[in-house]
Design a protein around this ligand. Structure first.
Ligand code: 5GP
Length: 116
């Protein structure tokens, strides 16, 4: 039978190694292995919600928690003062490649706008 776990579920379950920087009962955060900025973290809920498109009103506290964790990690990583970006890529046109909700936290360089 095919393994139906997402890549990020396998990281959360410690089947695939990752540089984990935060863990709690609702989410795990680790360093992106193809960083787009000096600090590039992914904050991932333990629940394998496929994307922002699948988020319901009931998930609002969880999604809020992901942002609070990202804010704390920005401080921990020393990028809070200069500024940082949080991103949910949602769907193929936005560049989502892993179908497990994840909040990108990027910082440590000046960002341009609009994003590519
Ligand atoms: P997306 O493109 O779906 O918004 O973001 C997926 C992110 O996961 C990408 O930034 C990509 O570099 C990262 N990624 C893909 N595979 C792995 C992996 O095996 N380990 C880690 N740490 N990050 C990964």
């Amino acid at each position: 039978m095919a393994d139906e776990k997402t890549l990020f579920q396998r990281i959360i379950d410690e089947e695939i190694p990752a540089d984990i920087v935060h863990e709690d009962e609702r989410c795990v955060a680790f360093r992106d292995n193809n960083p787009q900025a000096p600090v590039h973290l992914l904050v991932v809920p333990r629940e394998p919600i496929p994307s922002l498109e699948a988020v319901s009103e009931d998930d609002a506290p969880l999604v809020g928690h992901l942002f609070v964790v990202a804010r704390r990690l920005a401080e921990q990583e020393g990028i809070a003062e200069d500024g940082y970006r949080t991103v949910f890529n949602c769907g193929g046109a936005a560049g989502q490649t892993v179908d497990h909700l994840h909040l990108h936290l990027l910082g440590g360089r000046t960002m341009s706008w609009p994003p590519g």
